[in-house]
Design a protein around this ligand. Structure first.
Ligand code: NAP
Length: 281
């Protein structure tokens, strides 16, 4: 079974739109997300366009602030502080990656925890690991949603996550653990990766290498979540980290690229914006 993040996210966004439509009467306004885009990187421009469209679909107010690549770190941090103080703003997102002269860590730390819709702020990350209320990073949150919507039972299962980034691998491993899976985290130094992935009843792959996971690495009946977004070196088309065509017949469920985890990430960004708005009421 192919799990369509596109379909699930469309359903969830329609539900959110209904909820947001009730906010003007209840709270006098709708949630407001501000996205800061530095420079003209085509990938970043396309991601921001997707976020604007999702805001439009859910009725969330969106402001995109575009800044040239020459903006200094101080100027960007000052802009974020201004938005932190602005009562009409509920969520702030700075599109990554940033030019080399700007510290991403400083940018992430400067966005107030209450408006950190990405869930990257150290206080949100710490709260996640301490099981405290927090904003959960969008991609890991979307992955758990996809698994649950596909009817995959997580509790008691052996889950393997390949990748240990702060954005995907580590938080998704933590969320799977919180759902009572037994979790193994694999990475570039893992010896005999195939023997590890073979044990997986749930396999989440977040590496960033086209078709890296081959059919011989996956056990029959595994639920496979492909987070990777890559360009196929031969065709130039988008592809994931797993060899979809070869693995699909073996997997119980599998996400496609594009149309799997990606749409769920944006959908969960909308959800996080609404949550930040409601916490501030
Ligand atoms: P990242 O920070 O580069 O992390 C990649 C991880 O893969 C690292 O932990 C690395 O291990 C591991 N790795 C690299 N080569 C490996 C190998 N040969 N065997 C096993 N593990 C290996 O990347 P990321 O930010 O997590 O993103 C991963 C992918 O997901 C990218 O393609 C990205 O574009 C995509 N992504 C998609 C979405 C979405 O919404 N669909 C969101 C975010 C990211 P070490 O730690 O040992 O270096």
């Amino acid at each position: 079974m192919i799990i369509s993040g596109k379909e699930l996210s469309a359903t969830l966004k329609a539900q959110m739109a209904e909820t947001v439509a009730t906010f003007p009467e209840k709270y006098g306004r709708v949630p407001h997300l501000v996205v800061i885009l530095v420079g003209n990187d085509p990938g970043s421009v396309s991601y921001v366009t997707g976020k604007v469209k999702a805001c439009e679909a859910t009725g969330i107010k969106n402001t995109t602030i575009r800044k040239p690549e020459t903006i200094t770190e101080d100027e960007l941090l000052a802009l974020i502080r201004e938005l932190n103080e602005d009562d009409s703003v509920d969520g702030i997102l700075v599109q990554l990656p940033l030019p080399k002269h700007i510290s991403e860590a400083k940018v992430i730390e400067t966005i107030s925890k209450e408006k950190d819709v990405d869930g990257f702020h150290p206080l949100n990350v710490a709260a996640l690991w301490q099981k405290q209320p927090c904003t959960v990073a969008c991609t890991p949150k979307g992955i758990i949603r996809l698994l649950k919507a596909a009817g995959v039972q997580i509790a008691g299962k052996r889950a393997v996550v390949i990748g240990r980034s702060n954005i995907v691998g580590l938080p998704v491993a933590k969320l799977l653990l919180d759902e009572n899976a037994t979790v193994t985290i694999a990475h570039s130094r893992t010896a005999d990766l195939a023997s590890v992935t073979h044990s997986a009843e749930i396999l989440v792959v977040a590496i960033g290498k086209p078709r890296f996971v081959t059919a011989d690495m996956v056990s029959e009946g595994a639920a496979v979540i492909d987070v990777g977004v890559n360009r196929d070196p031969q065709t130039g088309k988008l592809c994931g980290d797993v060899d979809f065509e070869a693995i699909e017949p073996k997997a119980s469920v599998i996400t496609p690229v594009p149309g799997g985890v990606g749409p769920m990430t944006i959908c969960c960004l909308m959800e996080n914006t609404i949550e930040c708005f409601l916490r501030r009421q």
